[in-house]
Design a protein around this ligand. Structure first.
Ligand SMILES: NC(=O)c1ccc[n+]([C@@H]2O[C@H](COP(=O)([O-])OP(=O)(O)OC[C@H]3O[C@@H](n4cnc5c(N)ncnc54)[C@H](O)[C@@H]3O)[C@@H](O)[C@H]2O)c1
Length: 332
């Protein structure tokens, strides 16, 4: 199938290179021309195990290209992925201006046959509909006839550091749309991954594909990250209680993690959660709930526990080092 991926960060570049590896014809677009020149030489701007290799094999096979030319990408792709960043604004909401800019660009270049526009970025709930409206506005400004389009939410769950592995071995693929036609095209796109055609162990069961409406797919991404962040805050709270009662949180985590209903992952007590996704996704969900008149008390408590946990780490340092004056602790 013909694919265009707009935004080549962790998500877009890995998605584009992996889709080329499974046989699709992919054009990756980025508006950072230095990055594009580097990728055109077969080098990835980020370090991800296996990424350079699949980029080079895709390029040698003539199935993977990099350009800044959005018009060319939109003309090429039957499926257009939006994979630009959605950083947090100071008030906790996600900044959707990059997604909106890409939607406007797609609207002004859309022509030819039917297209599927895919929100791969983690976008606030309702963004699928706003992308649709922005693209329609762009199309309406022109006289050209287009073959129609639908929007799909296809959230990403890869982990930085094992992004290529995760793309070929997903726990599930989530597809949200009101259009059966768009869902069918997405299922065809991912079929080789669903059937495990590109992993060594071919006896694994097929990857589960969760088909939902647009809004539920958007919510799945936020709910997944909010759950994992809350799980970490939970074990940190348990750790703080353990410290007081004389229990060892490592043993406690092992003891509860072996319960298959709980699971051992995300039960390592420590300094708290951070990274590029958890803080912004949890605060966006709290913000969205507030917008709809609901106070997300549990999520707010998870955030508060997380912020407090950094101070717990400082107190422990003080117990060991005694004097912290003159030492630098980076809290961000
Ligand atoms: N990084 C992760 O581990 C991860 C995991 C799951 C989901 N996500 C989500 O995926 C989305 C992308 O994340 P990322 O980490 O890949 O972002 P990133 O910031 O690494 O990359 C975004 C890319 O988009 C490009 N870009 C911005 N505006 C553009 C435009 N108008 N046209 C073309 N290119 C443009 C930037 O130059 C950059 O290369 C975010 O919504 C993020 O929350 C990220």
């Amino acid at each position: 199938m013909k694919v265009c991926v707009i935004g080549t960060g962790y998500v877009g570049l890995v998605t584009g290179a992996c889709l080329a590896q499974i046989g699709h014809h992919v054009i990756c677009i980025d508006n950072n021309s230095e990055k594009v020149v580097l990728m055109q030489s077969g080098k990835s701007p980020i370090f991800e195990p296996g990424l350079d290799e699949i980029m080079q094999s895709g390029m040698e096979a003539g199935r993977l290209e990099f350009t800044t030319d959005l018009a060319a990408g939109v003309a090429h792709g039957d499926i257009l992925f939006i994979a630009v960043g959605t950083p947090a604004l100071p008030n906790g909401e996600s900044n959707t201006r990059y997604v909106e800019a890409v939607a406007r660009g797609i609207g002004s270049h859309l022509n030819g046959g039917y297209k599927v526009i895919v929100n791969k970025s983690t976008v606030p709930i309702g963004s699928g509909d706003s992308v649709r409206r922005i693209v329609l506005d762009g199309v309406a400004e022109r006289e050209e006839k287009i073959g129609g389009f639908d929007v799909v939410s296809n959230p990403e769950f890869l982990r930085e550091g094992s992004a290529v592995y995760d793309t070929f071995n997903p726990d599930r693929i989530v597809l949200g749309s009101h259009s059966d036609r768009a869902i069918a095209m997405m299922q065809e796109l991912y079929n080789p991954i669903v059937k495990r055609e590109f992993v060594a162990d071919r006896n694994l069961p097929q990857v589960s594909v969760v088909v939902t409406d647009l809004t539920s797919a958007e919510m799945i991404k936020y709910a997944a990250n909010a759950f994992l962040a809350t799980k970490i805050s939970f074990i940190n709270e348990v750790a703080n209680i353990c410290d007081r009662v004389g229990a060892d949180v490592t043993q406690v985590a092992k003891g509860i993690g072996l319960d298959s209903q709980i699971g051992s992952k995300f039960l390592q007590a420590g300094i708290g959660w951070g990274g590029s996704c958890f803080p912004k996704d949890v605060s966006e969900l709290i913000h969205a709930a507030d917008d709809y008149g609901y106070e997300a008390q549990l999520l707010k408590a998870a955030v508060a526990t997380n912020q407090m946990q950094r101070l717990v780490a400082l107190e422990k340092l003080q117990q060991v080092l005694k004097i912290l004056k003159g030492k630098t602790a980076l809290l961000n």
